[in-house]
Write a protein that binds this ligand. Structure first.
Ligand code: GLN
Length: 199
């Protein structure tokens, strides 16, 4: 099993360390050709405008869209979730645009307004997950083929899944809890023999 982490900008190393903590090696992806050998891909948090610019610069956009359609799991965290969304406010160039949801950037204010909250994540049966939000976006709406997996106590959607595509607007790679990384890996091992979202 080979999990790639898009390593153009952002906290790809933290994802690699979390995967390492559960005995999973990963590959830093810096060139579209590397996508071919992957079973799953993480698009990390960072600055979505910068990552979108680098995706265009290094001709990643179409290969990433094809990867999403191939059925292999893709997980966008924070800026990564922004890049997966089909609809985003205030992103001055296109991201990957494959997931049927609308996302609002910097919805909770600035870096100083970062916060943590325990959320019930549908799919984790062993207790709440302490989620870390850093200049996070929120998921404003999802289409009917997208399942909501987590909400804040005020009802705001912070985690969602559309078949092989997973989006969390918080940072599961920070902190000590590897359960969401394990959940994502099971999406690859239990992958149905069908095409992915948007195919
Ligand atoms: N605010 C960032 C953006 O819009 C995302 C923040 C993050 O990934 N922690 O790109």
């Amino acid at each position: 099993m080979t999990t790639g982490i898009l390593a153009l900008q952002g906290d790809f190393r933290e994802h690699a360390e979390m995967l390492m903590s559960i005995g999973e090696a990963s590959l830093e992806v810096r060139h579209p050709d590397q996508l071919d050998c992957l079973d799953a891909l993480i698009v990390p948090g960072g600055e979505s405008t910068t990552i979108a610019r680098l995706i265009l610069k290094y001709e990643f956009r179409e290969p990433l869209q094809l990867f999403c359609r191939s059925g292999r799991p893709v997980w966008g965290t924070c800026a990564g979730a922004i890049l997966l969304a089909k609809e985003v406010d205030r992103l001055d160039r296109p991201g990957i645009e494959t997931m049927n949801m609308a996302v609002s950037r910097n919805a909770f204010g600035r870096q100083v307004n970062s916060f943590e909250e325990e959320i019930e994540f549908k799919g984790l049966t062993d207790g709440a997950f302490r989620a870390i939000f850093i200049r996070a976006p929120l998921i404003e709406s999802v289409e009917t083929d997208v399942e909501v997996l987590g909400r804040l106590s005020n009802g705001v959607i912070v985690a969602a899944r559309q078949r092989n595509l997973l989006a969390t607007v918080f940072h599961p790679e920070l902190g000590q809890d590897p359960r969401l990384h394990k959940y994502f890996l099971t999406m690859a091992t239990n992958r149905p023999a069908e095409a992915g979202a948007g195919a």
